[in-house]
Design a protein around this ligand. Sequence first.
Ligand SMILES: [Mg+2]
Length: 237
Amino acid sequence: MSSPFAAYLFDIDGTLLRAGGAGRRAFTRAMEDLVGPVAEPVAAMKFDGMTDRMIVREALALSSRGFDTALADAILVRYLEHLPGELASPGFRVLPGAATTLGTLQARGDAVGLCTGNLALGAQLKLRHAGLEDYFDWSPSGMHGFAEDGEARARLVAAAVSRVSAALGRAVAPADVLIIGDTPRDVLAAREVGCAVLCVATGNSDVAALRACRPDAVAESLEHPDARRLLGLESED
Ligand SMILES: [Mg+2]
């Protein structure tokens, strides 16, 4: 079956895996190490679809310390140190259809990358724990957008799309790139850049909430026929 898009860029949390709160725990421990006890407004923050640096900025703004760049950098370094231990928690799971979808796209010869608010190393640690690391190119020519590319999610979508063009050796239009994510923020960022977008309701947003953002398709999971159709893995009928 032919490939409908030039490249497929996957979000991680809520799309390929659920880390069972590992990211939040690692982040909270990093905040406690460097700022002190985490107050209720920070504990109540919803991280869905936020980039790692945006999370730190908002958490520091809510704390007594306020935001500063050096402190934010130190918290992110400490977060990455805590993350491997937290990933070993029993709540971690790979989402339905993640491995088979990546495997099928790879077998079809598709360009596959990541578009995630995780820092690059955090992304790699999570995917390694999920057994999905080898589906992605971790060299500098990998077609990815990570938290290092900017605080606003659209910045990392744009960075990933430009890496797709570089890797494929031709100018790829954003509309020829499919973003696969699980939150309204994934849709907004993809649309800002001009990409197509598929939403799966395997994160914290349900089908109705995702449909309200008008992505190209919404599906219960990557295994659902509506997801597989947009990925070109299932016929239209
Ligand atoms: Mg997500």
